[in-house]
Design a protein. Structure first.
Lengths: 241, 490
């Protein structure tokens, strides 16, 4: 049994630094502390394996000793890397808020970012009509923010060009939403500010589509570590209220 | 063994309930609807049916037209009953009504006041349907596999050779059902999942005039009956073609009056699909200048199986347990908020010997499954008045509040969090509510009200200890994956 006692307070936010569990933390990808995510069966909270080719969830899930994704060294903690067309998902209901949030992770590619082709890194996928995804294509970081739970459907595609990082470099990517404004930071630097990103009433899962949920590392070139979802929108250099 | 997250601070959530601020809405108990007389692959056992009686008070049933032996023209020895339409300027069709009668008796046995949500679908063989009417032991009701009920018949998804005759047959069926005086009939749905290809082979071009013919005949028979459609299986993808398309079609023939509500099926949802579709309905009404009210009908819904893996894994029937119950209660609350008129839960009661992968239902021989107890939570609230409430905090929590005529306060709460190894604090703030009022917490989680995970002795809805109201609040610590009802006595 791993027991941690203590009440870490909110820290001043620097997205390039190691993040800890704070009072508003809804998800923290920590393969050491959250070993249950990898080793437990789904009914105990373990992650699910999926296979983009077969569309089946039950594809070598880690709790059965399979290899839908591999655990790899991450920026600060161990991370995940998809294996072939296989990757891991987990239900997103309950860990993705509306109104405001912070979603951050570190990303590393085993080839130069300029050579990546439509490589999806992470995502919240409910349906083609409701998703947030981060994809790297030829050095451009593309974020799609989309839902139809508004009188005028929201569909934002935000491209950040010239992100030509070298192979094996760890890059911090952080998204924050507050006041219908989506901000994207790369290595702690604000790259884009997009207004009009109203929130849906609910983010969720797709209980009938075996590929709905929170995606962590969808592409075999990309490793993802230290993902954290927070209920409050953070601002670099500031402590959440 | 799983890690223990002691000492990790969790941002507290608060539900603030204003017990004096009535919203004007009452708890809609007609959201407790089920499909196919509490069975699927075959009739549930008498024990399971007895357990289920009273749990679901609306029953969607269909396939009357294709199961019933009928002939065009006057009655004969095999078709002794003349239809209503033939005597009222419509098509003369004669019937053997035993299947209709038996199915309605079966539905009525679920309890007094049971409402039938009638599916007008499945085309009779005399109009080109591929499925022959019941005969032999299906007709006399002695076939144990079907019980002689329409529920267990195959579906005939062909386009009828004559819409007007099919519409008259529908009216004759309605008239027969009404003559039995056993069930309430409020809603008639035209078709079943016509966008899926399996239950309607004709697409929108044939469905729209078909809908208008059937709805027109029903309205001519009794304008107070509500006719709804198009009963879509994929309302997200097919909204524009089928729902907006039907509205445009009816406006084009100047018959908005033929559409009392929009029905669709909602699988795999935690409320976001409902919200998308309802948003689109409102936007389309505005766009088209549609002024008549349109009821919202969730014609089929369930919880499970995914994203939790169900396929071929006997130890992964997780949909039977706590997460399914949490999902049921959360979606009931969401449908209440969105103003749904009816909702039909799929996979209802099952025999104890049914394969477990059909078990995401409400009842088996041993009593209620966890989702059944979630409906039991809803039933406990009766027709209480919804009061103003605000939930702030965790996105995995859903809650609302209502007050009964006797001043009992009801607070249903769902926790959809997936991880089991955390707990979730929720303060229910009750401004103006006196200290000391007795609280009861009805709990469905892994250990309570959950026969799949906690054993057969835990089939019934169970209460767990909770502090009474203190300083205008009740503090709860919720487990992951739970559905519960905080009940505060007058």
């Amino acid at each position: 049994v791993t027991v941690r006692i203590g009440a870490p307070a909110y820290k001043v936010w620097d997205p390039t630094q190691r993040q800890e569990r704070e009072p508003d933390t809804l998800f923290l990808q920590d393969m050491a502390f959250e070993a249950a995510e990898q080793t437990s069966p789904p009914w105990e909270g373990g992650m699910l394996g999926t296979n983009e080719v077969s569309g089946l969830t039950i594809d070598n899930p880690p709790w059965r000793g399979g290899s839908a994704a591999e655990i790899v060294p991450g920026k600060y903690r161990n991370g995940l890397r998809a294996v072939g067309s296989r990757y891991l998902i987990r239900p997103a209901t309950g860990i993705f808020p509306t109104g405001q949030w912070t979603w951050e992770h570190f990303l590393s590619s085993d080839i130069a970012w300029a050579s990546l082709s439509s490589a999806q890194a992470v995502g919240i996928w409910n349906d083609y009509s409701q998703l947030i995804t981060v994809t790297i294509n030829a050095g451009t970081v593309t974020t799609i923010y989309r839902h139809d739970q508004a009188a005028i459907p929201v569909f934002k595609q935000i491209n950040i060009a010239s992100q030509t990082f070298a192979a094996d470099a760890w890059v911090s990517i952080a998204l924050t939403l507050a006041a219908d404004t989506l901000r994207i930071y790369v290595n702690g630097i604000l790259k884009t500010t997009t207004t009009g990103c109203t929130s849906p009433r609910l983010w969720g899962d797709n209980w009938n589509a075996p590929y709905g949920g929170l995606y962590i590392s969808v592409n075999p070139h990309l490793a993802v570590s230290d993902m954290r979802v927070s209920a409050l929108a953070r601002v670099p250099g500031e402590r959440p209220a | 063994m799983s890690p223990v997250h002691l000492g990790i601070p969790v941002r507290p959530s608060t539900l603030t309930v204003s017990v004096e601020a009535l919203t004007g809405a009452t708890i809609n108990q007609k959201l407790r609807g089920g499909l196919h007389t509490f069975g699927w692959a075959g009739p549930p056992s008498a024990t399971a049916k007895a357990q289920a009686n009273g749990l679901m008070i609306v029953n969607r049933e269909d396939k009357f037209a294709s199961c019933t032996p009928m002939k065009l023209g006057a009655p004969d020895g095999s078709h002794p009953t003349a239809g209503w339409s033939g005597s009222h300027g419509g098509t003369a069709v004669a019937y053997d009504t035993r299947v209709i009668d038996r199915t309605i008796v079966d539905i009525a046995a679920q309890g007094p006041g049971t409402e039938l949500y009638l599916g007008l679908d499945s085309i009779p063989q005399i109009l080109g349907g591929s499925v022959p009417p019941y005969s032999g032991t299906n007709l006399d009701g002695t076939n144990p596999a079907t019980g002689g009920l329409t529920s267990y018949a195959s579906f005939a998804g062909q386009v009828p050779s004559d819409n007007a005759i099919f519409a008259d047959i529908c009216v004759d069926i309605i008239d027969r059902i009404r003559s039995l005086d056993l069930v309430d009939l409020v809603y008639c749905g035209v078709g079943n999942e016509p966008d899926g290809g399996q239950y309607w082979t004709g697409g929108t071009a044939t469905y729209f005039p078909h809908y208008a013919a059937v709805a027109g005949a029903v309205k001519a028979y009794d304008a107070s009956l509500k006719v709804v459609g198009p009963e879509l299986v994929n309302p997200l993808v097919n909204f524009t073609a089928w729902i907006r398309g039907l509205m445009v079609y009816l406006q084009g023939i100047d018959r908005e009056d033929l559409l009392d509500g929009l029905s669709f099926h909602d699988y795999g949802d935690n409320g976001w699909i409902l919200n998308q579709v309802c948003t689109k309905i409102d936007a389309t009404k505005t766009e088209l200048g549609w002024t008549a009210p349109l009821d919202k009908i969730n014609g089929e819904w369930d919880k499970g199986p995914g994203p939790l893996p169900p396929f071929g894994e006997p130890d992964t029937k997780i949909e039977l347990g706590d997460i399914a119950a949490a999902g049921v209660l959360q979606e009931l609350m969401e449908m209440q908020r969105l103003g749904f008129a009816r909702a039909i839960y799929f996979k209802n009661a099952y025999r104890a010997d049914e394969p477990l992968d059909f078990g995401s239902g409400t009842v088996n021989d041993e009593g209620f499954w966890a989702p059944g107890n979630a409906f039991g939570v809803w039933a406990r609230m009766g027709n209480a008045s919804v009061v103003s409430h605000t939930l702030s905090g965790d996105p995995g929590l859903a809650a609302m509040a209502a007050v009964g005529d006797d001043d009992t306060i009801y607070v249903p709460i769902s926790n959809m969090h997936y991880e089991r190894n955390r707990s979730y604090p929720l303060t229910v703030a009750l401004p103006g509510v006196a200290t000391g009022r007795e609280s009861t917490l009805w709990m469905i989680d892994r250990a309570h009200s959950n026969q799949y995970e906690a054993g057969l002795a835990n089939a019934e809805l169970q209460a767990i200890p909770v502090a009474d109201v203190a300083v205008e609040q009740v503090r709860l610590t919720l487990p992951a994956r739970c559905a519960c009802l905080l009940e505060i006595a007058p």
